[in-house]
Design a protein around this ligand. Structure first.
Ligand SMILES: Cc1cc2nc3c(=O)[nH]c(=O)nc-3n(C[C@H](O)[C@H](O)[C@H](O)COP(=O)(O)OP(=O)(O)OC[C@H]3O[C@@H](n4cnc5c(N)ncnc54)[C@H](O)[C@@H]3O)c2cc1C
Length: 390
């Protein structure tokens, strides 16, 4: 029987031979470079820098980014990006996507608003895999209410002096470049700016955080104590942070929904392989209606989520910017994942609870997808307001 993972593109009108060829290229990369090592990286708590260079060489890091900085944009559309994410998700370790691809949200604000010199230096280094980036918005006092952030940057001559802290920052230990949201002015969203901070700046330190899942993606709290940042490191105008961050939101949430559909397919396939082999009461597990129906129900939710992902991606490509719908889609994706991870774990029984399998890992990773990039409550409320339910 062909696997769902290998079928869904053929059933959607949005995928061409080019997407299929790209999927196979990423799959070969995953099989050669990731699958043999992922358990060790999970234990070690981070991805090796070498992986970034190798992913850059295949074209994964630069996909969709401008050619002048080492990216590939000719003949590339957003479905190629979804395909990369899905193939990276196939290994069943969300930390891979988070740790390897965080430049997907950290770099766009620089490309949209940074100076030419900054774009050249940062984008070229990151897309070649030589440098690692992080995006630092969330603070110990809260992440949902971005407009209330407290980290301050005071202008003194040709420098800003930054004081404050950020937390839960993906790649926060390994990064060379940090796009940091800071308050440069009045209370509220108009007083927030983006600034490039660099590893090694005096007064800038990081401590590592341990997490429930995403173990191979390092996560950190950042501390800024009188960090002097040259004014050239301001990204865009003072007070322009929201413009830079907003550019990210839809793509990031669409990506999480798409990856959640892919992780859900992994759950289904792993559980199906198990149920076809495992015998209880004298017959294979999947011969029981109660178990078969779990697969049918998982499929129902995955098909609906994937169809919505494809439709939303198509709308984004046609310039339709519907943040409310994409917020709902993120919830749809992570609820589907939550359901599939639960049911797959139930089908594996005790084996699902033992360290080392894909299901055990994905089960621990569900909340990272449902909280990071905009939590369910915040997404629902955004959608309610955008759809006019106020
Ligand atoms: C694995 C992981 C990686 C992350 N990586 C990054 C990163 O790279 N960079 C970065 O900046 N951040 C990162 N984050 C942080 C993430 O964006 C925040 O956790 C998220 O925005 C929520 O913020 P918070 O955790 O401070 O929760 P809070 O804002 O304190 O909210 C707590 C809970 O209350 C709910 N809530 C809040 N306000 C309301 C309200 N008005 N009505 C109803 N419910 C409400 C929220 O939905 C949430 O469930 C990461 C988080 C995780 C878990």
């Amino acid at each position: 029987m062909p696997k769902m993972f290998d079928q869904w593109r053929a059933r959607s009108p949005h995928y061409s031979d080019s997407h299929e060829a790209w999927a196979m290229a990423v799959r070969r990369f995953v099989e050669k470079e990731v699958t043999p090592n992922i358990d060790r990286w999970e234990r070690e708590g981070q991805l090796p820098r070498e992986l970034h260079r190798k992913a850059a060489a295949v074209g994964i890091l630069g996909l969709g980014f401008p050619e002048q900085y080492g990216g590939t944009s000719e003949g590339i559309d957003q479905f190629h990006g979804l395909v990369s994410g899905a193939e990276l998700a196939n290994v069943g370790a969300g930390g891979l996507l988070a740790g390897l691809m965080v430049h997907g949200v950290a770099l766009p604000p620089i490309l949209a608003m940074g100076s030419s010199a900054m774009k050249e230096r940062v984008a070229t280094g990151v897309l070649s895999g030589e440098k690692i980036m992080a995006l630092a918005v969330t603070e110990p006092s809260g992440g949902s209410d971005v407009a209330a952030l407290r980290t301050r940057a005071e202008k003194r001559g040709d420098r800003y002096v930054v004081n404050g802290s950020k937390t839960f920052i993906t790649s926060g230990m390994r990064a060379d470049y940090y796009v940091v949201a800071v308050r440069t002015g009045e209370a509220g969203p108009r007083g927030i700016s983006l600034m490039l901070l660099e590893k090694g700046m005096q007064g800038f330190s990081q401590t590592s955080l341990e997490k429930m899942g995403w173990h191979c993606s390092d996560t950190a709290t950042l501390y800024f104590e009188d960090v002097e940042v040259p004014v050239e490191n301001l990204i865009g105008p003072e007070g322009g942070a929201f413009r830079g961050l907003m550019a990210n939101f839809n793509g990031d949430r669409l990506g999480i929904a798409s990856a959640s559909a892919a992780f859900s397919m992994v759950c289904l396939e792993e559980a199906l392989d198990w149920a076809r082999e495992r015998e209880t009461f004298g017959r294979k597990l999947n011969q029981n209606q109660a178990i078969r129906h779990k697969f049918a129900e998982m499929s129902r939710q995955i098909f609906a989520t994937q169809a919505w992902v494809d439709r939303a991606c198509d709308a984004v490509m046609r310039g339709i910017d519907d943040a409310g719908e994409i917020a709902l889609l993120k919830i749809q994706g992570t609820r589907t994942l939550e359901y599939c991870a639960r049911e797959a774990a139930q089908i594996l029984g005790g084996a699902s609870y033992m360290r080392g399998g894909k299901i055990e890992r994905i089960y621990r990773e569900v909340r990272a997808n449902a909280i990071a990039g905009g939590s369910e409550e915040i997404m629902l409320d955004l959608a309610a307001r955008q759809l006019g339910y106020t």
